[in-house]
Write a protein that binds this ligand. Structure first.
Ligand SMILES: NC(=O)c1ccc[n+]([C@@H]2O[C@H](COP(=O)([O-])OP(=O)(O)OC[C@H]3O[C@@H](n4cnc5c(N)ncnc54)[C@H](O)[C@@H]3O)[C@@H](O)[C@H]2O)c1
Length: 373
């Protein structure tokens, strides 16, 4: 029996649990350690996933003593860069860090550099790349099943960095990782709104132009419904994509919508219902990570550069709003343009009073923020 990879998790909260489940579902990992500021969170993870890893309140001590093969960084956004860099110093074989890759493009660049210098493989958890409906749509687009893609349209919410980090990444995945060449967008921010301790806007909309010709458009917090997926308009057909299935309409379907519900590598929609996107995405992403670490493949579908580009696209919307211009990519601004706009007085909240839409996720009354300390 092949040796299992030893995985450790930094941040044993909700998505930390999804990573644990994903690693276990592949049968290729042991969960050897958890690090969290909150002992209760780790105890809950033990119970929920029926595991018995070593617990640490200090992630650096965990890295030093356990020396895991693979590390998941599952803290809030601002912790992604400092903890990836801290973990990279201990030279695990791979780090799987949550999205958005970082809170600034500069911080994401430092992650890429730290991992490269320490010879650590870095992947960013845009796990929808591993959903079979997304891959089917990507393949159909590549085969020109809808002709030339003119527009990919999606609806986001809860601020661009969280939800639409996935959508920015989805555009590129659907277009065979085509490059975004410019971004034009605008935002409104009348309230002092945060999402997991990162400033977010009240509303946004943006257009993304890709090198090969297609365009994508996002409406975020502008309409009441939002979902992961897209409406894809081509010169010869359309795809209506969700995380579980897709519908295709083209001349071969006789102008009618044809439903496809592809099976995952580990689960089927039929068997697990709405849990499919989470458990299939997490398992397939972890499985490919094991392949990558074991040298069976050269590239991971979620490798660092893709997370970096998705973050650039999101921050380019803010930069477009800040500069009132079409932003040419790659984005040159290393700090968060939304922070810049607010801190420079360019965008003053008209209804002051900071609040965090994820406040309910914090444990304890000290309202611990997710930072490197
Ligand atoms: N890929 C996805 O679809 C997806 C879904 C949900 C969340 N996320 C991302 O995952 C990240 C975490 O979100 P969540 O909902 O799991 O948050 P959470 O609050 O449930 O969990 C975060 C955990 O990190 C711990 N933590 C904070 N600082 C720490 C530190 N310095 N050392 C160790 N542990 C620390 C907290 O105590 C908490 O238990 C976010 O960046 C979010 O965007 C991604």
């Amino acid at each position: 029996m092949p040796t299992k990879l030893r995985a450790a998790i930094i941040g044993a909260g909700s998505i930390g649990g999804a990573h644990i489940q994903g690693y276990l579902d592949t049968g290729r990992f042991d969960i050897v350690a958890l690090a969290d500021l909150n002992a209760e969170a780790m105890a809950e993870a033990n119970e929920l996933y029926d595991i018995a890893p070593v617990h640490y309140l200090d992630a650096r001590q965990m890295m030093e003593e356990v020396r895991p093969d693979v590390v998941s960084v599952c803290t809030w956004h601002k912790g992604h860069s400092p903890w990836t860099i801290a973990a990279a110093a201990f030279k695990p074989q791979a780090i799987l860090c949550e999205k958005p890759m970082a809170d600034t493009v500069g911080a994401a660049e430092r992650m890429l550099i730290a991992c490269e210098r320490n010879d650590v493989k870095l992947a960013i958890a845009h796990q929808r790349r591993f959903l079979p409906s997304y891959t089917l749509a990507r393949n159909l687009i590549a085969e020109k099943a809808v002709g030339d893609v003119n527009l990919i349209q999606s609806l986001g919410g809860d601020g661009l960095p969280n939800f639409s980090s996935h959508q920015a990444d989805m555009y590129r995945y659907l277009l065979s990782d085509d490059e975004c060449i410019w971004v034009m967008g605008n935002i409104e921010r009348k309230t002092d709104q945060y999402e997991r301790a990162t400033r977010i806007e009240d509303r946004a909309m943006a257009v993304f132009q890709f090198a090969g010709g297609p365009r994508a458009m996002i409406l975020s917090d502008l309409v009441t419904n939002h979902y992961q997926g897209a409406l894809i308009y081509g010169s010869d057909g359309m795809i209506n994509l969700t995380t579980e299935s897709l519908q295709l309409l083209n001349s071969e379907t006789g102008g009618r919508w044809e439903l496809r519900v592809p099976d995952g590598k580990f689960f089927t929609v039929e068997a697990v219902g709405h849990r499919f996107e989470w458990i299939e995405g997490a398992a397939a992403q972890a499985d490919e990570l094991a392949d990558w670490v074991e040298g069976k493949i050269e590239v991971h579908r979620g490798q660092g550069e893709h997370g970096y580009k998705a973050l650039q696209m999101v921050h380019a919307v803010y930069e477009s709003a800040r500069m009132h211009e079409k932003v040419e990519m790659p984005l040159q601004t290393r700090v968060n343009p939304l922070d810049l706009m607010v801190e420079s007085g360019h965008l003053t909240p008209q209804r002051p009073g900071r609040y965090d839409i994820r406040i309910g996720r914090l444990r304890n009354e000290n309202m611990t923020e997710d930072t490197e300390n």
